[in-house]
Design a binder for this molecule. Structure first.
Ligand code: ADP
Length: 196
C-alpha cells in the first residue's frame, strides 16, 4: 500500500544539518500492521510524518498505491492525505470541544454533509468504546478514555492507513493493554497500520 524507497530526511538546524533518516526502504502491504522500534532520536516520528504525507523526503520516494507522492498534483495530494489518520501519544484533543465534537472536526474541515458526519462520529465512538462519553470534555476523561476519543476521531475519517506515534506511552499498563487490543481489532477490521 505504501512504499518507502531509499528515503532520506535531513533537517537544517543551528548546528548544521541533522540527518533524521538515512536510506530507509520498506513496503507496508494492505492490511498489515508494522511496529517501528528504536531509541529516542532514531527518526521514528520523522518516518511517521513522511508516511502521513505531511513532509516530503530530502531524497528518495514515498509511493502510495503505486503513485509517487511528490509527483502528485495538489488535489491528488489532498486526496491521498485523507486516506491516512494519525494517533499521537498526547491525544491532541481540543479541550473546549466534547468527544463527539472532536471526532467531527476533521470531517467538518472536509465539508462532508452533516448527516454523514453524525453517522460516522456515532459509529466511530462505538467502535472505539467511548460512545458513553460522547458529550464529555477531554478534562473529564481518564488517559485511556482520551486515547479512545483520539482513536475515534481517527476512525471517523475512515482511514485506509492508521499511523500511531507511541499511542500508549502516557498510559498505565492496564489502559495501555486495552488500547493495544483496540488497535489490534481495528487492524483485523482491515485497516493497514504502523505503530511506534
Ligand atoms: P524519534 O521519534 O525516534 O525520537 P525523531 O524523528 O523525532 O526521532 O527525530 C530524529 C532526529 O531528527 C533527531 O535528531 C531530531 O532532533 C531531528 N529532528 C526531528 N525533527 C526535526 C526538525 N523539525 N528540525 C530539526 N531537527 C529535527
Amino acid at each position: 500500500m505504501i512504499t518507502l524507497e531509499q528515503v532520506e530526511k535531513t533537517y537544517a538546524s543551528g548546528e548544521g544539518p541533522v540527518q533524521a533518516l538515512g536510506g530507509v526502504s520498506f513496503a507496508l502491504g494492505e492490511g498489515e500492521c508494522w511496529g517501528i522500534v528504536g531509541p529516542s532520536g532514531a527518526g521514528k516520528s520523522t518516518l511517521l510524518r513522511l508516511m502521513a504525507l505531511l513532509e516530503e523526503p530530502t531524497r528518495g520516494r514515498v509511493v502510495l498505491d503505486g503513485v509517487c507522492f511528490a509527483q502528485s498534483s495538489p488535489r491528488e495530494k489532498r486526496r491521498a492525505r485523507q486516506q491516512i489518520a494519525t494517533v499521537f501519544q498526547d491525544c491532541r484533543l481540543l479541550s473546549r470541544r466534547t468527544v463527539a465534537q472532536n471526532a467531527a472536526l476533521p470531517l467538518q474541515m472536509q465539508r462532508l454533509p452533516r448527516q454523514e458526519i453524525a453517522r460516522r462520529v456515532e459509529e466511530s465512538l462505538w467502535q472505539a468504546g467511548i460512545a458513553h462519553k460522547a458529550g464529555a470534555y477531554p478534562a473529564q476523561l481518564s488517559g485511556g478514555q482520551r486515547q479512545r476519543a483520539a482513536i475515534a476521531r481517527a476512525l471517523a475519517q475512515k482511514p485506509r492507513l492508521l499511523l500511531c506515534d507511541e499511542p500508549t506511552s502516557a498510559l498505565d499498563p492496564q489502559s495501555a493493554g486495552e488500547i493495544l487490543e483496540l488497535l489490534r481489532q481495528i487492524n483485523e477490521g482491515g485497516v493497514t497500520m504502523a505503530v511506534i
